[in-house]
Design a protein around this ligand. Structure first.
Ligand code: PSU
Ligand code: MN
Length: 306
């Protein structure tokens, strides 16, 4: 049953939140639009299984026939991941999706909003959206940034993909008062590669230190997410030379095909996966796994401190 806000939260998630047990929210655009089929659903279910194995309650977020859900069932994840043309839903799309009974994957922005409304404090994703290259003329900057500035969660990501303007994204994160914390690093990760070439000022060495930062944020009355930047394992990263070549190609294609707006991120990701013969997909999966596991550890540290 959906509550007064219209959000459906299954009992397993509601009870864990009420008891202060660790819960981690997961987004759904990563499997509706970010990963190719059929691996998308496997990856989504594997993330949930890893959290359960660590004693953490997973809450995958999405919209099913107009009902926002924080804690999709396995069948709902499967249906969203295999269904015909699920929508990509950011925050501004949510009211229309609800009113029109639309089903879709929620972006980082929409997932963060719904997870926070449900009382969930930690969220794992692959990479967050940011400032696109060319934003100077297109104004294309992900709504993820604004949402992170107004939603007090801990969001674990491997930085941002270098399909974006990484330096401009870091500038916007600063403007929007979003703490960026490297996990055991002061290099901002570039998703497929450990080091984007940009630095971050702060780092944390343990899930407990991250929990301390989140609690201090709350005590100070600040409303922004803490963005925890977790680099992929050295052995799993994409060869930086291959990465640079494919990136240049992806941008050329997008420009030639006139791809803009919300279609751009999925287009670039798809090009990456195809142009590297699936190698970037393996990296993507490794990155996501690492973030899910770290988010589970942070949620556990936060729960232990209540
Ligand atoms: N970046 C990735 N993988 C993804 C996305 C971003 O490396 O799957 C998805 C996330 O759901 C993110 C969304 O919230 O794309 C951002 O889209 P846009 O740039 O249109 O805001
Ligand atoms: Mn955009």
């Amino acid at each position: 049953m959906a509550d007064a806000s219209g959000i459906r939260i299954p009992d397993r998630v509601r009870a864990a939140v009420a008891a202060g047990r660790p819960v981690v929210a997961l987004e759904s655009t990563i499997f509706t639009h970010g990963l190719p089929r059929p691996r998308n659903v496997e990856v989504a279910l594997d993330a949930e299984a890893r959290l359960r194995a660590a004693g953490v309650v997973p809450a995958t977020v999405g919209v099913v026939r107009g009902v926002p859900v924080v804690g999709l069932s396995t069948d709902e994840i499967d249906a969203l991941g295999t269904g015909e043309r699920p929508a990509k839903l950011s925050v501004r799309d949510l009211p229309v999706a609800v009113a029109h009974g639309i089903s879709g994957g929620t972006t980082v922005a929409a997932t963060a909003h719904l997870a926070h409304r449900a009382g969930v404090g930690v969220f794992a994703t692959g990479g967050v959206g940011g400032v696109h290259r060319g934003a100077r003329s297109t104004f294309d900057e992900s709504a993820d940034l604004l949402a992170l500035s107004t939603t007090p969660l801990v969001v674990v990501s491997a930085g941002v993909k270098s399909i974006l303007d990484v330096a401009a994204t870091l500038e916007r994160l600063e403007t929007l008062c979003i703490p960026v914390v490297g996990y055991r690093t002061t290099s901002f990760p570039g998703f497929y590669v450990r080091d984007s070439g940009c630095r971050v000022e702060h780092s944390a060495r343990s899930p407990r230190e991250v929990a301390d930062i989140a609690r201090a944020r709350d005590a100070l009355g600040l409303r922004s997410a803490v963005l925890l930047a977790n680099p992929v394992a050295e052995a799993a990263q994409l060869d930086p030379a291959v990465h640079a070549r494919v990136l240049a190609e992806a941008e050329e294609r997008a420009a030639a095909d006139g791809v803009v707006g919300k279609d751009l991120t999925p287009f670039l990701l798809d090009h990456f996966h195809r142009a590297t013969g699936g190698r970037s997909l393996d990296v993507n999966v490794a990155v996501y796994r690492g973030n899910v596991e770290l988010a589970g550890a942070v949620a556990t540290a936060l729960a232990g401190e209540r």
